[in-house]
Write a protein that binds this ligand. Structure first.
Ligand SMILES: [Zn+2]
Length: 369
């Protein structure tokens, strides 16, 4: 977007804002340039959902950029422009109902002289009024309690940590990695901020070991199925991110990833040659998120009714005891005499049904060959 256009749209925005305030007979309010995250810009015919981010950077990396606020901001602008492109899509594909941008704020007061773990522990005060905080650490291990993993922490903390960049490891702080350089930093940010917008780790919903029937399960392609280097978004991520629009935590209608929603019930319907399979045993095995193997004992055992179906509670099956998604994939085993039929059910299949409007009931059909 060109400067003139920005000026034009900002003028329109402020004009409408002032009119709105005055017509209400209230004191005139001058919009500040602070951390507002709910201003909806319009560019061409696409809206922009814009989110402000406070950026913290470790002292040694800042020094590697010659302690120049401008040098850091230039790189942040480039990386976050790449993030914006990743959210927008390529070759005519637009993934979301609006363009999505994250706007970094950094100045010299955002440089920290302690361990990244300490910044993380005090994330709420560093974040302040910003909806999100990103902590960069290009020099890992220079403090004994250093945090070394790039990740996202929700639950009201709302922090993205970008540390080893999958390249360096904790080496006692001997090397300073140029963490704001091109190498996959934008992909990493796009992924971690995807969590911020409500999407869980899809790579955690994989089955690489299965003692029950030996079959593997690979989840859908998505930036959320890849921490470093994904370039496209799955339907699941699209539905979740579109649902949250330009809202952030605390605003009505925002659903964080740790509050997954499912249809009230999942109905399992089993047939053979079009006829219901009556009274067969159903064993449900699960994959614990991130562990990527099917557990050897069933989490639940049920029996089909005379209509060949049984109703299941998705919250019980997928959620961890602490809330949030605890199990990524179900392996459903139906035992009818000496015959067995199987079906994998990834948690996103059930959530997609919910997001598309099947909020009461979602039916999973299994056929005996
Ligand atoms: Zn992740």
């Amino acid at each position: 977007m060109k400067g003139k256009q920005i000026f034009y749209w900002l003028s329109v925005f402020f004009f409408l804002f002032a009119v709105g305030c005055n017509s209400g007979g209230e004191d005139e309010v001058i919009p500040d340039e602070g951390t507002g995250d709910d201003e909806e810009e319009v560019v061409g015919d696409r809206d922009v959902w814009s989110f402000d981010i406070k950026v913290m950077l470790d002292r040694k990396t800042f020094m590697a950029y010659l302690s120049s606020e401008k040098a850091v901001n230039d790189r942040l602008q480039q990386r976050f422009e790449e993030v914006r492109e990743l959210y927008h899509g390529k070759a005519g594909i637009t993934y979301f109902d609006a363009d999505i941008e994250f706007v970094p704020f950094f100045d010299e007061t955002c440089v920290y002289d302690c361990s990244s773990e300490e910044v993380f522990r005090n994330a709420l005060s560093y974040r302040g009024d910003y909806p999100y905080l990103v902590i960069f650490d290009g020099c890992i291990g220079d403090f004994p309690d250093e945090r070394v993993h790039s990740d996202w922490t929700g639950w009201g903390t709302e922090v993205v940590c970008v540390f080893d960049n999958n390249k360096g490891g904790a080496d006692g702080g001997t090397s300073v990695y140029e963490i704001l350089s091109y190498y996959k930093t934008a992909e990493c940010l796009a992924h971690e901020l995807g969590h911020a917008r409500g999407v869980p780790d899809i790579y955690a919903m994989e089955v690489k070991a299965n003692p029950i029937n030996g079959e593997m399960f690979s989840p859908v392609t998505c930036i959320m199925n890849n921490c470093w280097g994904g370039t496209s978004w799955s339907e699941y991520a699209q539905l979740l991110i579109n649902r949250n629009k330009d809202l952030v935590r605390g605003e009505e209608g925002f659903v964080p990833l740790e509050q997954p929603q499912y249809p009230e019930e999942v109905v399992l319907k089993v047939t053979r040659d079009g006829e219901p399979v009556k009274y067969a045993a159903v064993n449900i095995y699960r994959e614990v998120m991130y562990e990527c193997n099917i557990e050897s004992t069933p989490a639940m055992q049920r029996t089909l009714g005379a209509d060949g179906s049984v109703s299941l509670n998705p919250t019980t099956l997928f959620n961890a005891s602490y809330g949030g998604i605890g199990y990524g994939v179900l392996l459903i085993e139906v035992v009818d005499g000496t015959e067995k039929a199987y079906r994998f059910v990834p948690v996103y299949e059930v959530q997609i049904a919910y997001l598309k409007g099947e909020t009461n009931e979602y039916t999973i059909e299994i056929e005996f060959e």
